[in-house]
Unconditional design. Sequence first.
Lengths: 216, 547
Amino acid sequence: MDNAGLTLDGVTIAKDGAQLLAVSHHVAPGEVLTVMGPSGVGKSTLLAFVTGTLAPVFDATGRVMLNGQDITDVAPHQRRVGILFQDDLLFPHLSVGANLAFGLPAGGTKAERQAKIADALTEVGLEGYASRDPATLSGGQKARVALMRMLLSDPCALLLDEPFSRLDTARRAQVRDMVFARAKARALPILMVTHDAEDAQAAGGTIITLQATDAS
Amino acid sequence: MLGPVAAGLYGTLLPAFGHLPVAGQTGPNLNAFRALFDWPGLWDAVRLSLTTGLLATSVSLLIVMLIVAGWSGTRAFGALERLLSPLLSVPHAAAAFGLAFIIAPSGWLARIFSPWLTGWEQPLDLLIVQDPWGLAMTLGMITKEVPFLLLMTLAALGQADATRSVAVAQALGYGRLTGWLKTVFPRVYDQIRLPVYVVLAYAMSVVDVAIILGPNTPPPLSVQVVKWMSDPDLSLRLQGAAGALVQLALIVLGLAIWRFGEKIIGWAGKRWIVAGRRGRADPLVGGIALGIGAVSALAILLGLASLAVWSFAGFWGFPDALPDGFTWRNWMRHSGGISDALFETAVIAGAVTLAALVLTIGCLEAECRYNLPFSQLSVWLLYLPLLIPQVAFLPGLQTLFLQLGADSGRGPVMLAHLIFVLPYVFLSLADPFRAWDSRMGTIAAALRASPDGVLWRVRLPMLLRPVLTATAVGIAVSVGQYLPTLLIGGGRVSTLTTEALALASGGDRRAIGVYGLMQTAAALVPFALALLIPALVWRNRKGLRHG
């Protein structure tokens, strides 16, 4: 069996005894699994389970495997699972460059690190932005910095939590294409939750649709 | 928090029932209480504690509620809000001295209107400050408790959905103030109930303000207890301990009366709400409330100004509004004492605040890292040292420290300060710490930052402003502590506050001005830094300017 990729093995999440969702699926490198459903059905809890930050009020079963390794009980910061939210969540106290440096694993000389950051900025058309205050960037620019910050940390999978819903329609397709292109170029398995049909279509992978249950 | 309070109470209980081996007394017996009840001033002292405490608390609460009801969201309110931190940080003693300098028969008010309006060439022979009814003392408490309750109310407003409730009430034809009182007040009061109890307990047992503004013959019970406790005659300690227990019972009685008042107000309020009156007197009532609030803020600010003027005053004859000349002489004369006291104050405040910060951040971080719920019980525990009168457990704590062999000195004083600083630091930091967007932590962890890395590299830098504010609050609380420094320090630890209070009976206004001003500065400068440092450090970070 080919182990590469992100595997959700019999994952169920329940709250107060009522099951919110059940997913069992293998996402191969470069592929996208989209989980759709109206808000309030607990889509985001699936991502929280994969990142290891599920609130204790939820009861989860099942295993999460990443490239053949069981990461279900690994600490969040050692899982190498990247995530992007609908908000850019750039650290407001750091410059754009320092935000990227935060993502970059330790090691290398100062010059090497700066070169990597400059390359990352160039890759998304933001050369020369390293010293900028993130709060002065436009929504689309922030989204691009957030993407590169996550990719620089060298994750083995990428999770997307409604990542494009805050962007206006003009930027939306552009940023979306960029995210999928960069992630696929790095052969990352992608798990996306969204309520937007257009995002799901554009992802071009398997789509699982969750139904609102009475419990939610 | 329970430990030191319980131990202190126990250490008060024993001597109250006649057990104090150090003084050669072994109990149990009721001699101490008998001696206490034989003291002729007891009933006046008890009455003073009750009336000043209840009056100061209810008036402060009334002023704050009417101001917030009538003005929250307006420009005038914004101005008052900006004054809040500095007003809060002014130590009680300095504010009380300032007030005394204004309202005394030879104070600024009388000077400004004399002799052209009043015709007074000599100060009136009137006991305004230290009046037998304790009115000056009540006034002093009100000026300091209004900013405290206002801050607590502002924090509670966010959770009470105030803006929308008032908008709905106004759409139904209610005046702004009436609408607020009828819709928001019940929810807000529920949130600030504990702080109100703290104010009541504090106002009933305050010592430093009472020494400065309260009557002498007899003084309020708490002051008399402290006198007995610091008397060289050890046998008086028994009587003092008994008095401390009576003080504790008084506070319980005061709280019971207050609870009863809550019930009555609640009952009357419900009738008032369903009666449907829209509040035509709103503008008038609101105007009066804002006026009183402004006067009480002004009383503190003018008081500080009068401290400053006195500290630089040369010769200053009675009806003159200002001294003949200004001089550095007063400051020179006290420079030695001031620098010693300032050093002691800074060392204690710095160490205590640092310890409180470490404990607070440790608790809050553990709470979110291990998902420990923060129960209502822990909130009460946190407030406990603020509710139990200081005179009731500090003497016991002092005895305990002595028995443990701890020399009465700086270390024990720091521990005692920590009991009072920790709750304030915790209360000041808890809300911003919990309000931090936890997705930032998720992102940082996804970027492979360890939990400690998230705390040090993301959370604390983002929370720089609230952390510094909590630091300033901690320092201000420590600087203002009188009783713990005096009792636990055994009179051998001299801070700016104890030195200033020691001057109270002497009436050397220039010296009081110097020490009072230094005491204020020691509390105020950290607040200024807490504003300045984040503004400087994050001057290029727009995202943190309002955070």
